[in-house]
Structure formats: structure tokens, C-alpha cells
Design a protein around this ligand. Structure first.
Ligand SMILES: *[C@@H]1O[C@H](CO)[C@@H](O)[C@H](O)[C@H]1NC(C)=O
Length: 318
């Protein structure tokens, strides 16, 4: 890969990590280990529950388990390496390792942007035209939307990675970040990165801004039709299925837009590391909880599964 290039003399990058403070490393190790395990558990449970329970074989839960599947790989491409680095003196990552991390991170990040849009569209159809829901959200469309999201994420990532591989890295190789993320990698290039920054900005318009605006528009329709529901119980029920989506969308897009939509300014300062922590570690962990804690279907399915295991007839608790 890149390290065979003539002008690149850097074979390895050194990550500064989350903080240089030595005393904090063990505490951060424990905190992130717990976050990582919670994230894996939550997301695996979501996939299992939506597989096992027939009442969750709906577009919303298919997309949600796509999101969980994605989140498992998303955090796994970052956190395990980060955990090792908390305990090591030299926080190095090879050139190929760095670009692999870059590629996976951009691919899954782009896919998540589109999946959140698919989920918003699903809620839009469910709330704004409930009578046509089953004819509009038929399995063939869901598969197209899900595979489209994955292909879109992959294309986005390929473009950025190929452009980044054209750069030369001739030192210094110390990266003020805790994993290889594009803005931090660009800072270390010793050739001109203005083309890369332009490409990032234009791709972000299609991968981040366009889905984000479409999501805002669908939620505009959703909220106005919720306000038109005459019974307050109906309003509450419709709103509770959307509130969790709104929280996830705000957390994820908010930090991504903060990071990637600032033309000309890609300086990775400490507050940028915090923003990155949010969408790469915290959101994937919170997703399962946000979606399930507020959700009666999942609770019922979960209780149904555990009760069945205990040998209680499923119909008795209904
Ligand atoms: C993703 O969504 C598609 C379409 O709804 C579904 O067929 C597929 O099983 C889902 N994949 C996962 C891993 O949940």
C-alpha cells in the first residue's frame, strides 16, 4: 500500500491519544472498556431480538438491526486499539493500519447517515400514511434502501481513501488524535491537501447534508401530522416512536456536521476529539438503549422471549 510510495517516509503514526495525562490512562481504560462491552451487548441483543421475535419483523426493526450491526463494527474499528493504547507507552499504528481504520470509519459513517434517513422515511410513511404503510414499505423497497445505504457508504469511503493515498507523508508522524480520522491524517501530509478538503466538502454535501435536510423535512411532516392527531393518547404514542429517532439523529449528525462541514478549517483541537468521541463511541453505545428503553414493542418482545424460556405460555401475559 502507501508506504511503498517514493515520497512517503512515514511507516507508522504515533497517536497522542485522548489525553497525555498518565494518571488518567487506567481510568479511561476502564471507562471505555465498560462502554465498549455495553455497546456490544446492547447491539447484539437488538439483532437477536429482532431476529427471534416475529412481531419485530418490520422494516423499522430490520433497519434498526442494520444500524446495530453497523455500530458493532464502527466501535470495533476504533475502541479495541484505543484500549490497547491506554495501556501502552508507545501509541503507534502502522501506515496500513491507519488507512484501514480511515476506510472502515468513513464507510460505516456514511452508511449510518443513509440508514438514519431510511429509518426516518419509514416513520414518515407509518405516521403520515398509515393505511398505505404495508404497500409502500414492502420488503423489496426495504432491501433496496438498506443495500443502497451500504453501497453509498462504501463509495464515499473509497473516494476519500483513494484521494488520501495520493498524499505523501514525510514526517512528523505524531497525530493529535486517538484514532486515524481524516482531518487528523490530512494535517500530517507534506503535500498539498486542498483537493482532498474540497472533495471531502462536496461528498459531505451528498452524504451528510442532503440526508440531514431530507430527515428534517420528514420530521417536519411527522410532527405536523402528530399535532393533528385528535386524542392525546394517540399523539403520545406516535411521538414516543419518533422521539428516540430524533435524539439519535441530533447526536449523530450534530457532531458530524461540527467536524466535517467547516470549509478550510480542519484543525484537530481538543474539542474536536470530544466531538469525535461522541459519534464514534457514545452514540453507538446509546443507540440500543435509546431505541429500546422507550419502546414498548421491544420490551414486550424481550419479556416474551424470557417468559417463553421460563416455560410460561406466551398468551398468558398478553
Ligand atoms: C438489513 O436490512 C435489510 C432490509 O430490510 C434486511 O433484509 C437485512 O436482514 C438487514 N440486515 C441486518 C444485519 O440486520
Amino acid at each position: 500500500m502507501g508506504h511503498t510510495r517514493l515520497n512517503t517516509t512515514v511507516h507508522e503514526f504515533i497517536l497522542v491519544g485522548l489525553t497525555g495525562c498518565q494518571d488518567m490512562q487506567i481510568i479511561l481504560f476502564v471507562v471505555f472498556l465498560i462502554c465498549y462491552l455495553a455497546s456490544l451487548t446492547g447491539n447484539v441483543l437488538i439483532i437477536l431480538i429482532s431476529r427471534i421475535s416475529p412481531q419485530l419483523h418490520t422494516p423499522m426493526y430490520l433497519f434498526l438491526s442494520n444500524l446495530s450491526f453497523l455500530d458493532i463494527w464502527y466501535t470495533s474499528s476504533i475502541v479495541p486499539k484505543m484500549l490497547i493504547h491506554f495501556l501502552s507507552v508507545k501509541k503507534g499504528i502502522s501506515f496500513d493500519g491507519c488507512f484501514t481504520q480511515l476506510f472502515i470509519h468513513l464507510c460505516l459513517g456514511g452508511t449510518e447517515c443513509y440508514l438514519l434517513l431510511a429509518m426516518a422515511y419509514d416513520r414518515y410513511v407509518a405516521i403520515c400514511s398509515p393505511l398505505h404503510y404495508t404497500t409502500i414499505m414492502h420488503p423489496a423497497l426495504c432491501i433496496k434502501m438498506a443495500s443502497g445505504s451500504w453501497i453509498g457508504g462504501l463509495a464515499n469511503s473509497l473516494i476519500h481513501t483513494i484521494f488520501a493515498l495520493q498524499l505523501s507523508f514525510c514526517g512528523p508522524n505524531i497525530m493529535n488524535h486517538f484514532f486515524c480520522e481524516m482531518p487528523a491524517v490530512l494535517e500530517l501530509a507534506c503535500t498539498d491537501t486542498s483537493l482532498n478538503k474540497t472533495v471531502i466538502f462536496f461528498c459531505a454535501v451528498f452524504v451528510v447534508m442532503l440526508p440531514f435536510f431530507l430527515i428534517l423535512i420528514t420530521y417536519g411532516y411527522i410532527i405536523s401530522s402528530i399535532l393533528n392527531i385528535s386524542t392525546s393518547l394517540g399523539r403520545q404514542k406516535a411521538f414516543s416512536t419518533c422521539a428516540s429517532h430524533i435524539i439519535v439523529v441530533a447526536l449523530f449528525y450534530g457532531t458530524i456536521i461540527f467536524m466535517y462541514m467547516r470549509p478550510g478549517n480542519t484543525h484537530v483541537a481538543n474539542q474536536d476529539k470530544m466531538a469525535t468521541l461522541f459519534y464514534s463511541v457514545v452514540t453507538p453505545m446509546l443507540n440500543p438503549f435509546i431505541y429500546t428503553l422507550r419502546n414498548q414493542d421491544v420490551k414486550a418482545a424481550f419479556l416474551g422471549i424470557t417468559r417463553k424460556k421460563e416455560g410460561v405460555n406466551k398468551n398468558t401475559y398478553k
